[in-house]
Write a protein that binds this ligand. Structure first.
Ligand SMILES: Cc1cc2nc3c(=O)[nH]c(=O)nc-3n(C[C@H](O)[C@H](O)[C@H](O)COP(=O)(O)OP(=O)(O)OC[C@H]3O[C@@H](n4cnc5c(N)ncnc54)[C@H](O)[C@@H]3O)c2cc1C
Length: 497
């Protein structure tokens, strides 16, 4: 049994200091494991997970949606709710800290979790099956009162006492559809909001360090080049790009979208894909106070415009403290197939790998024209104030999609020295406080398989596999796309708005 093998003194190596690696390290250290080292190729202690300063992990970002609504998938709904107390406690802890006691990149006024609410707006006049399933599960768990169906007389009545005067009108209708005589259909989730992703990672790295977790960071010392195997193929350590060798009882591979690149055997379950994100930098606050007010988290919710993965595939956030409004497109998740040499086996594989603004080398990123056109269409219709500004930046953010959108946390078959901890599939961030709790259980008692152990186990799937079955020949291949130019970022109508 794994629990008998792994004692609290055993050396554990975690590859990757994103959400999956950090949450695992935090919970393992809280469970009493004393010899944990996290390796990451990025110098997070210097760049504080800032995407503007070189960080390109999925976990490094301005903001991510924190939602509890999960359709039929009640396990994720529960895991998200379980994390809320911790997010609140982290906010309180940061806010009551002296500046000198906080890690670089955090200040006492920071709220890493903001409960501004989430408007899930429908664009086809009815609630989707996923929406109805969410309402069903919220009802079953006694949480229905946290959800407000727009236009439902009972919910509208409840909203009037739940929200501050004027707040409901702004939050439930941020695009002014009622005023324009347009139909407004959707659900407002009062439990949801956003988390400040890079700051949250900086905070959890700080908590891990306080618990004795070591971090080895940077291109040479922190970048894992290959795995060390014993004669039976069991993983017994890692080798870094700088040729240092570290021995371990267990390697937890949490390398996000680089996971298949580092360990191609996992590419039958995981595929690396790109989501597209654009930014609108508001003019300075003193020149545009109304815009800063309009898009502030107090007045503007996180939104999905017709669903994330169907309809327009568009969602967005209130402005950041620096006046950036971020809007994402995930209607199509793009693949980038390359030849990858597995240094551990010496074999070459054709798999999808990330291509970020900084990796494999620095370049000026472009997102697809398809994504830009879809975002522009929604902006023109719903947020014409942003059209007047035009798109000011973009990013490809790399997902690690699994064949069924569920996570992958399990021992590698026939290798009790390695656990893969990945497959965030575009929704892993919110579980920063709770994911590691389940990782520890899976590592300690792999044969027990509670809900999460079953859901996240090493698996196969018949039939369609979340697009993974398309491979390089599929329509999502990046090389088949037209990339948007900076000319495409402009809105023709801007001068008339
Ligand atoms: C566009 C987009 C939008 C998203 N929106 C949301 C959202 O709204 N809400 C939500 O909950 N989730 C969201 N997610 C999902 C969430 O961001 C991910 O599930 C989560 O951040 C994945 O964390 P990770 O640790 O698996 O990977 P990552 O954050 O990518 O971390 C992997 C780490 O491994 C390191 N690494 C890679 N190779 C090596 C190596 N050879 N040696 C050492 N280190 C290495 C990398 O440097 C990186 O730090 C979104 C994701 C994307 C891409």
């Amino acid at each position: 049994m794994a629990s008998a093998r792994l004692t609290k003194e055993c050396p554990i190596i975690i590859v990757g200091a994103g959400v999956f690696g950090l949450s695992s390290a935090l919970h393992l250290s809280q469970a009493g494991y004393k010899d944990i080292t996290v390796f990451d190729k990025q110098p997070y202690a210097e760049n504080e997970y800032s995407t503007a300063r070189g960080a390109d992990a999925a976990s490094a970002d301005l903001n991510k949606v924190m939602r509890m609504s999960y359709g039929e998938e009640i396990e994720y709904q529960r895991l998200a709710f379980d994390g809320v107390d911790t997010w609140n406690a982290w906010n309180r802890e940061i806010q009551s800290s002296k500046p000198e006691d906080l890690p670089r990149g955090l200040k006492p006024s920071d709220l890493i979790w903001n409960n501004c609410g989430f408007l899930r707006m429908s664009t086809d006049g009815r609630l989707s099956a996923m929406e109805r399933a969410t309402l069903g599960n919220m009802t079953r768990e006694g949480l229905r009162q946290t959800q407000f169906v727009i236009g439902d007389p009972e919910d509208e009545e409840r909203a009037r006492s739940h929200f501050q005067p004027g707040e409901w009108e702004k939050k439930s209708d941020p695009f002014g559809r009622r005023r324009q005589g347009k139909e407004l259909v959707g659900v407002f989730d009062s439990t949801a909001g956003f988390v400040e992703a890079s700051k949250a990672c900086t905070w959890v790295m700080h908590l891990c360090r306080k618990n004795g977790v070591r971090f080895v960071l940077g291109k040479r010392d922190g970048q894992v080049a290959s795995f060390i195997k014993d004669g039976n193929g069991k993983t017994v350590g890692i080798r870094t790009v700088g040729s240092a060798e570290y021995r371990s009882k267990l390697v937890i591979l949490a390398a996000g979208s680089w996971t298949p690149y580092l360990f191609p055997a996992v590419s039958s379950l995981l595929e690396t894909t790109a989501g597209s994100v654009v930014f609108f930098q508001l003019p300075p606050r003193d020149r545009a106070p109304d815009l800063w007010d309009r898009f502030s988290p107090e007045n503007f919710p996180v939104f999905s415009y017709g669903g994330w993965s169907n309809g327009h595939g568009i969602g967005g956030f209130p402005r950041t403290e620096n006046g950036i409004v971020k809007i994402g497109y995930r209607g199509t998740k793009y693949t980038n197939y390359e030849d990858v040499l597995d240094p551990t086996t010496g074999r070459t594989h054709r798999i999808s790998v990330p291509k970020t603004a900084y990796w494999p080398q620095t370049y000026d990123p472009a997102v697809t024209k398809q994504a830009v056109d879809a975002i522009k269409e929604v902006v023109k219709e719903a947020m014409p104030e942003l059209a007047a500004i035009g798109i000011t930046g973009c990013r490809n953010c790399w997902y690690t999609d699994s064949l069924d959108n569920g996570f992958l946390v399990d021992y590698v078959p026939n290798d009790e020295g390695m656990v893969v901890c990945s497959g965030g599939s575009g929704h892993g961030f919110k579980f920063l406080p709770t994911l590691g709790r389940e990782v520890v259980k899976i590592i300690e008692e792999p044969e027990v398989k509670n809900d999460y152990g079953r859901l996240w186990q090493w698996r196969t799937k018949e039939g369609p596999k979340n697009g993974l079955e398309q491979g390089e020949a599929g329509p999502r291949n990046w090389k088949k796309q037209i990339m948007a130019t900076k000319e495409d970022w402009k809105f023709e109508e801007a001068s008339r708005i």
